[in-house]
Ligand binder design. Structure first.
Ligand code: FES
Length: 158
C-alpha cells in the first residue's frame, strides 16, 4: 500500500498547517494524523511526513522518538500504557505494569497474539496528582487500582 494521504486528508492537513507561522511547525499534528491513518509511525510513514514538510528524516524521527504518544512499532487495538515514573511508582505503578505483563503474557511494546492488546511502560504522562495512571489509546484512567486489572482487561475484549 502506498504511503500517501488522500486529497481530502491533505486538504484537512493544509487547514491545520495554516494555523502555524511556518509549515515545519505543524510536524506534531501531521505525525498524529499519520498515526491515526496507519496505526503507527513506520520509517516509510515518517519519510512521507518529512517529505511533506521538507524536513530531514532524522528531525522527524527525533520528534517521534521523543514523545511516547507516537508509536514506533505496531500496537494492538487497545494500547495500554502504564506510567512507572516517580509519582506513579510510589503509588504502585511498577506492580501494575508487572501485573499487566503477567496477565497479558506480553512484554514491553509487544502485542498479544489476537492483536487485541499491546503494553507499554511509559514515563510521566503529566497526571502525577492522579497517580497511578494507566492509559488505553487516548483515554486516561487515574488512581488506577491494581485489583481492577482483570475487569479492566475484560472491558476491552472484542
Ligand atoms: S509520574 Fe505518572 S503521571 Fe507523572
Amino acid at each position: 500500500m502506498a504511503i500517501e494521504f488522500t486529497e481530502a486528508e491533505l486538504e484537512e492537513f493544509k487547514k491545520i498547517q495554516d494555523k502555524y507561522p511556518e509549515k515545519q511547525a505543524s510536524l506534531m499534528p501531521l505525525l498524529w494524523m499519520a498515526q491515526n491513518k496507519w496505526g503507527w509511525l513506520s520509517t516509510d510513514v515518517m519519510r512521507y511526513c518529512a517529505y511533506l514538510l521538507e524536513l530531514p528524516l532524522a528531525h522527524v524521527e527525533g520528534v517521534a522518538n521523543f514523545y511516547t504518544m507516537y508509536f514506533k512499532k505496531p500496537v494492538g487495538k487497545h494500547h495500554i500504557q502504564v506510567c512507572t515514573n516517580v509519582a506513579c511508582m510510589l503509588n504502585g505503578g511498577e506492580e501494575i505494569y508487572k501485573n499487566f505483563k503477567e496477565k497479558l503474557k506480553i512484554d514491553n511494546m509487544e502485542v498479544t497474539s489476537d492483536g487485541l492488546y499491546s503494553l507499554e511502560e511509559v514515563e510521566c504522562m503529566g497526571a502525577c496528582g492522579m497517580a497511578p495512571v494507566v492509559a488505553v489509546n487516548e483515554d486516561f484512567y487515574e488512581h488506577f487500582n491494581i485489583s481492577d486489572i482483570d475487569e479492566f482487561i475484560n472491558r476491552f475484549k472484542a
